[in-house]
Design a protein around this ligand. Structure first.
Ligand code: GLC
Length: 533
């Protein structure tokens, strides 16, 4: 596999892409996306200019949280294919210069994982302490006030032993006890298992929460949980001092880092913390995680001042550790969050272009290259457990509808009469077929952007810096001989160009083209320019 231009680590100039596997491409005709479908579509990713693909969980799972409830960490769930398909995916991706990240879910297992079934047999089980068990509170209720991200208490009562077990997500997702050395050893082996099979690293689910307070103390409560609050509001009523981000949590990844180093593998963690100083602890020094998804960029709405401030804060606080994702399978798509339609897509493109001149790793979510907003599940269809379990909660189905490959039946996603998440058909203009080779389409613009990046990324040979500007809505980022200028305001504005000879090589509005600039350049409203020196 190719090294980074200039001899750095391969991920220093790589562009990533998230594949939400069950919605990407169905290769077997059963209505669910799978590994054979992904393999068939690797040419699309190669033509787009992707260097590394994160594939969401494909391990055997009862599916309570669509694969984020793993029942066997060393196999493939039959609807997604076989281990031979995984090996073929790695081989075929590598043949195209694309690396593969496995989504590993270490915070919790499925309640049907043999470890948990063993633990359930009672306190004498040697797997009992692999999970978090506690006696009831004196009133018989849960042992502390922790709440689940998916609604309700983070504890479920086990009538057989008379104890509660902890789950930050669903009761079907019991949390592992990462203070138990045997759990750590088990995951060392799981990591090696996938790395030995050719994986190039991991996206690590809920990496911020593996260790909990050893005494499982109550979280300070900030406000009353409003009646009928959705799970996120209930969650935000607490200060999460004890159920996440313990001071020693990054240490887990120092251990993983030594394993990853043997394989030149990337550790990319989901760090769902909004305090970027705390986020920084996971990547500083490069001896724990290499890159993190800090998540604010995946849920923020288009408030230009807030967007600018968030990008600046992340870039200056976490810097090279940031994986710049503006979209993922857990939040409404940015086109939708940023105002919808062409405007939402233009705004998203500004951030995609800007992120190339920031340190870190730009990431796209499937369909982002098509400039599309959320899909619409058919009336009455609710698949996401957040929506199913909480009256009135929107849930995450809208960003998870099948990838639109072409006009017509099931948008070319499957040959089955219906997809696992039936949704309104997208028009041709929102599909890969409809946009391929069409001048100015979102797909072609993304291909131009990433194609250009491949040609110029050797120029990004120095750490990125944010250049001063007295306009809060203007971000100027410089990475060696590459500069990005993003104007987030609704008006065109002048931006100062660094001294020397610079040419504009990409405009988020007009695509690739070369013109020299000197002194200052006019940046159209809500657009970004890339300059090379
Ligand atoms: C992460 C995943 C999300 C999942 C949760 C529990 O946030 O991205 O999809 O539901 O973890 O595993």
């Amino acid at each position: 596999m190719p090294d980074a231009p200039g001899g750095g680590r391969w991920w220093e100039t790589a562009v990533g892409y998230e594949v939400y596997l069950r919605s990407f491409a169905d290769g077997t005709g059963d209505g669910t996306g799978d590994l054979p479908g992904l393999i068939d579509r690797l040419d699309h990713l190669e033509a787009l200019g992707i260097d590394v693909v994160w594939v969401t969980p494909f391990m055997p799972s009862p599916g309570a949280d669509h694969g984020y409830d793993v029942a066997d960490y060393r196999d493939i769930d039959p609807p997604f294919g076989t281990l031979a398909d995984f090996d073929r995916l790695v081989a075929e991706a590598h043949a195209r210069g694309i690396r593969v990240l496995v989504d590993i879910v270490p915070n919790h297992t499925s309640s049907e994982h043999p470890w948990f079934l063993d633990a359930l047999s009672g306190p004498a089980s040697n797997k009992r302490d692999w999970y978090l068990w506690r006696d009831p509170a004196p009133d018989g209720g849960p042992p502390n006030n922790w709440v689940s991200y998916f609604g309700g208490p983070a504890w479920t009562f086990d009538p057989v032993s008379g104890q509660y077990y902890c789950h930050l997500f669903l009761p079907e997702q019991p949390d592992l006890n990462w203070r138990n050395p045997d759990v750590r050893a088990a995951f060392d082996d799981i990591l090696r298992y996938w790395l030995d099979r050719g994986a190039d690293g991991f996206r690590i689910d809920v990496a911020h929460s593996l260790l909990k307070d050893p005494d499982l103390r109550d979280n300070p409560q900030l406000s009353e949980i409003p009646p009928g609050a959705d799970p996120m509001n209930a969650f935000l009523s607490f200060q999460h001092l004890h159920d996440m981000d313990q001071d020693d949590n990054p240490g887990i990844f120092r251990r993983w880092n030594t394993i990853a180093a043997e394989y030149d593998a990337l550790l990319l963690g989901e760090i769902a913390l909004d305090d970027f100083e705390r986020v920084r602890r996971y990547t500083d020094g490069g001896d724990a995680l290499h890159r993190v998804f800090a998540l604010r960029t995946t849920w923020m709405a288009w408030n230009p001042a807030y967007v600018a401030e968030s990008v600046r804060d992340l870039a200056t606080t976490v810097g090279p550790g940031v994986a710049w994702a503006f979209s993922c399978h857990d939040q409404p798509r940015p086109v939708t969050r940023f105002g919808g339609g062409v405007r939402g897509a233009e705004r998203t493109m500004v951030l995609s272009a800007l992120s190339l001149a920031l340190d870190g790793m730009p990431f796209l979510y499937q369909g982002q290259e098509l400039g599309i907003g959320d899909g619409e599940p058919l009336t009455g269809i609710r698949e996401d457990p957040i929506a199913v379990r909480n009256e009135g909660a929107a849930g995450r189905d809208g960003c998870r509808t099948p990838m639109p490959w072409a006009e017509g039946s099931q948008n070319g996603f499957t040959t089955a009469p219906t997809a696992w998440l039936p949704s309104r058909a997208r028009p041709s203009a929102e599909t890969v077929e409809g946009q391929r080779s069409r001048d100015g389409s979102w797909l072609e613009r993304h291909r131009e952007l990433l194609g250009l990046w491949r040609r110029v990324r050797h120029l990004a040979d120095r750490p990125a810096e944010l250049l001063p500007t007295d306009d809060d809505l203007m971000i100027i980022a410089r990475r060696g001989r590459l500069v990005a200028i993003a104007n987030l305001s609704e008006h065109p504005a002048d931006a100062a160009v660094p001294e020397g000879d610079w040419s504009v090589v990409f405009s988020s509005r007009d695509g690739v083209g070369e013109r020299t600039v000197e002194g200052a350049v006019v940046v159209p409203a809500e657009s970004a320019l890339l300059l090379r020196g």
